[in-house]
Design a binder for this molecule. Structure first.
Ligand code: AMP
Length: 268
């Protein structure tokens, strides 16, 4: 990968990277389309598929993660990806260097999944060093992750433009996610509770019913059979610091539907 990217760099070819963990869906597709536009006709779009063990804090979760590489290849070809980079591993057996961010990554996903963002930051920097992209495209679906990547790029002076694409949703509002493949038909119907909770929060912000909103949302979600809230958080979308619910805040949710953990976020 690095040999190719070095030769593109020498030839002045623009390179745009879309990092993923595979099991590609309409959300990834939107990122790839954006990458295709950013790269232009002469540029290279690289999509990476790597289920990064370092970002899983739970072995069962890693084992259960869907793998659909043959279908991913087809989707990449159809969307004009030039290179699908799907390494079997990216780490030396005794790898001992990792990247720690200590501000935007501490709350929410960082608090719920110890070590997760260290794994994310490290693998993304490794991918940047291998692919040497001019730009990389991430999804707003993982808002905190994109904030983390922007911070890593800023603080380590990485020569990469970070582009964030809006969340792609199913017609019933459920954010597209590789983890949706793990839901049974009944769970898939129940999973719309995340989007319905976002709707409820928006309604409360319009009508001024903000007192106890976090608790109300938790109760609302947990009324749904098989749903368990891990966190409901309102935060400032730039600093990622918690803030009072209200207009301009962003709401993030992490909810188990059965055994599958789903996250979503939206501006209120
Ligand atoms: P993943 O394969 O889940 O690690 O995601 C790879 C990239 O796709 C990340 O930048 C995600 O934020 C992004 N992504 C995942 N789901 C969506 C979605 N529904 N809409 C937009 N981007 C997404």
């Amino acid at each position: 990968m690095q040999c190719d990217s070095q030769s593109w760099s020498r030839a002045g070819v623009r390179v745009v990277l879309v990092p993923t963990m595979g099991a590609l869906h309409a959300g990834h597709e939107a990122l790839i389309r954006r990458a295709r536009k950013l790269a232009g006709r002469g540029g290279m779009v690289v999509a990476s598929v790597f289920v990064n063990p370092a970002q899983f804090n739970n072995a069962r979760d890693l084992r259960a993660y869907p793998n659909t590489l043959a279908a991913d290849k087809k989707l990449c070809r159809a969307e004009g990806v030039d290179v699908l980079f799907a390494p079997r591993t990216l780490y030396a057996g005794n790898a001992s260097v990792a990247i720690e961010e200590t501000d935007v990554s501490l709350g929410m996903e960082g608090a719920s999944r110890p070590g997760h963002f260290c794994g994310v930051a490290t693998v993304v920097v490794k991918l940047f060093n291998l692919v040497r992209p001019d730009a990389a495209v991430f999804g707003a679906k993982d808002w905190q992750q994109s904030a983390l990547i922007k911070r890593v790029v800023r603080d380590l002076d990485l020569p990469v433009r970070v582009v964030v694409e809006p969340t792609v949703r199913e017609p019933d509002g459920l954010a597209c996610s590789s983890r949706n493949f793990l839901l049974s038909a009944a769970e898939r119907r129940r999973a719309t509770v995340l989007w319905r909770a976002i709707g409820l929060a928006r309604k409360a912000a319009r009508s001024g019913g903000l007192r106890g909103l976090k608790q109300k949302l938790t109760l609302f979600i947990e009324q749904q059979t098989g749903a368990r809230v891990e966190y409901v958080e309102f935060f400032d979308e730039q600093t990622l610091k918690p803030m009072k619910p209200g207009k301009g805040a962003r709401l993030a949710l992490a909810v188990f539907i059965g055994k599958t953990r789903l996250i979503d976020n939206a501006r209120i």
